[in-house]
Design a protein around this ligand. Structure first.
Ligand code: ADP
Ligand code: MG
Length: 564
């Protein structure tokens, strides 16, 4: 309430709570730190899993930061902001989410100390922004370029990707680094899965105006419980989790001309309320005949344009199935919209919404459409599509948890590979760049006057906190480890980091295959800085009153504390 000429003016709705100034800022920092704290233990290859149970009782077990924050129902606005940051990083580069949240949390924790020294939030914000900008420059300096020109020959079919050793190595290592930090990672099948990811990405890579574009959307991931991860396959085409609708239809069609139909192959049944007056057996016969005739017309139309495969987004009536079978047409029904769109791109066909409008030009093409047994189920394989840039990774695994986690891991690896092709520069992983940047930032801080310098140093400290966390998960003493790494980096070993799997410090992370695309590191730093500074800018939290049932006797509780 604001008093105006002695008359109170109500600005906020009754029940609205308001916290401001330092208190608001502290509350926000506490909430953001709490979220970061949760994610800390999941960082890196030895990060622990979280078991998340949603309101339906469905369980997700994962250490993937993006998944954790998506499944968690975060309440506090500042923590929500961090969740949004994580999602943004995930959308942009598909990796680095845990690191981004942990870093944002640390930036805020360090900011808290500066606030205690009476440094104004705007100074901290300025310092952090300068530090982030500098950090990105440092990343560019320490990054190594990967020569991806060999992709041309591979795309033209003149060489296998494995022949381009240096390129394959770089691709392998970025995928390895993301996969090794995941649940599915068992060394024996790792090579095989990485090879699948690499080939899938190359298949969907196009060159446009001299630049490579990786269309991850053309990679379909299909999961089928059963067998083991080692039975996961890369299919050059589209796999549908569907079966042929009628036993009389062919199970295999070569030179497939595919009609993609988004309309029911059924006769619209009259509403329940509509009444049909049938007064004689003759009329029943006519009615049924009419229905059959309509369905037969539809099938005749499909056959007349030359289609031998029908993929339908809607249902297919029994009678229509029968006619299709008689014409030797293979049909599949109730296919997801997203799959229809993938098929459109893969086969070069066009989805039609009215069978009447179907023409020969709308048909897609594939060398082969076949129903095959996969585990206990049947699936439809559409291979040798008109557009070869359409692949499916068919994931197998003993149970839902394994295939779900494998899917997320593949997503990570595919994104890592795309990131590398998009910006072919790499840095070592395992905390190496964080230590290197921190060291250089501290030097940079010296060149900045005033209290901002303290913020730049705080930024460096926050970055090293990532290393501390990795050291902890590796069972190492965090302080000793950071000290040792600082020394190695001072001696010019810019790739020195933590071999988390074997719990020791190593001179060169790249030598043990742990590298990250530089674009991820940049994104992490920029996103974390953005989130932290956004939170530091807030000095007022105005919250609408919670919905009725949560609002219980606040006044009563407060009065209890008056006696303390
Ligand atoms: P994020 O969600 O941030 O990607 P991850 O759990 O994938 O979190 O951990 C990423 C961090 O772990 C990166 O700093 C990466 O360099 C590091 N890392 C991955 N694999 C290894 C490894 N085998 N040894 C050391 N560090 C690793
Ligand atoms: Mg990762």
């Amino acid at each position: 309430m604001v008093a105006m000429y002695g008359v109170p003016v109500v600005v906020l709705k009754e029940g609205t709570s308001r916290t401001y100034g330092r208190e608001a800022l502290r509350n926000n920092i506490i909430a953001a730190k709490a979220l970061a704290e949760i994610l800390k233990t999941s960082l890196g290859p030895k990060g622990l899993d979280k078991m998340l149970v949603d309101s339906f009782g469905d369980i997700t077990v994962t250490n993937d930061g993006a998944t954790i924050v998506k499944e968690m129902e975060v309440q506090h606005p500042a923590a929500k902001l961090l969740v949004e940051t994580a999602k943004a990083v995930d959308a942009e580069v598909g990796d680095g989410t845990t690191t981004a949240v942990v870093l944002a949390g640390e930036l805020l924790a360090k900011a808290e100390t500066l606030l205690d020294q009476n440094i104004h939030p705007t100074i901290i914000i300025e310092g952090y922004k300068k530090a982030a900008k500098k950090a990105v420059e440092i990343l560019d300096e320490i990054a190594e370029k990967v020569d991806i020109s060999g992709l041309d020959e591979v795309k033209e079919g003149k060489a296998d990707i494995k022949d381009k050793k240096e390129l394959y190595d770089a691709l392998y290592r970025v995928a390895y680094t993301t996969l090794s930090s995941k649940y599915m990672a068992t060394p024996d099948i790792m090579d095989y899965l990485i090879d699948i990811a690499i080939r899938a990405v190359i298949q969907v890579t196009e060159k446009k105006n001299g630049k490579y574009i990786v269309r991850l959307g053309n990679i379909k991931i299909e999961k089928k419980k059963g067998a083991s991860l080692a039975d996961t396959k890369l299919v050059y085409g589209i796999v549908l989790d569907k079966e042929v609708v009628h036993p009389g239809m062919p199970r295999l069609v070569r030179n497939a001309k595919i009609a993609l139909i988004d309309a029911p192959l059924e006769v619209e049944k009259p509403d329940i309320t509509a009444k049909i007056n049938i007064t004689s057996p003759e009329q029943i016969r006519m009615f049924l005949e009419e229905e059959t005739r309509l369905l037969k017309d539809m099938v005749d139309k499909i056959a007349s344009v030359g289609a031998n495969v029908v993929i339908c987004q809607k249902g297919i009536d029994d009678v229509a199935q029968h006619f299709l079978a008689k014409k030797g047409i293979l049909a599949v029904r109730r296919v997801k919209r997203s799959d229809m769109e993938k098929l459109e791109r893969a086969t070069g066909g066009r989805i039609v919404t009215s069978i009447r409008d179907l023409t020969e030009n709308d048909l897609g093409y594939a060398e082969l459409v076949e129903e095959r047994k996969v585990g206990n189920d049947k699936m439809i394989f559409i291979e040798g599509c008109k557009n070869p840039a359409a692949v499916t990774i068919l994931i197998r695994g003993a149970n839902d948890m394994i295939v779900d986690d494998a899917e997320r891991s593949f997503q990570d690896a595919l994104h890592a590979l795309r990131n590398l092709i998009r910006d072919p520069k790499i840095v070592a992983g395992g905390g190496a760049p964080e230590i290197e940047i921190a060291m250089k930032l501290r030097k940079f801080a010296e060149t900045i006057g005033g209290k901002e310098q303290l913020a730049v140093k705080a930024f460096a400290d926050a970055l090293e906190e990532i290393v501390t966390v990795l050291a902890q998960t590796a069972g190492l003493d965090p302080l000793d480890t950071v000290m040792e790494l600082r020394k190695l980096h001072r001696d010019g070993k810019k790739n020195a980091g933590i071999d988390v799997m074997n719990g020791k410090v190593v001179d060169d992370m790249a030598a043990i295959n742990v590298i990250d695309p530089v674009i991820v590191k940049k994104q992490v730093i920029l996103a974390a800085t953005e989130a932290a500074t956004a939170i530091l800018k807030v000095d007022d939290i105005i919250a609408a009153s919670p919905t009725k049932k949560e609002k219980k006797g606040k006044g009563g509780e407060e009065s209890k504390f008056e006696f303390d």
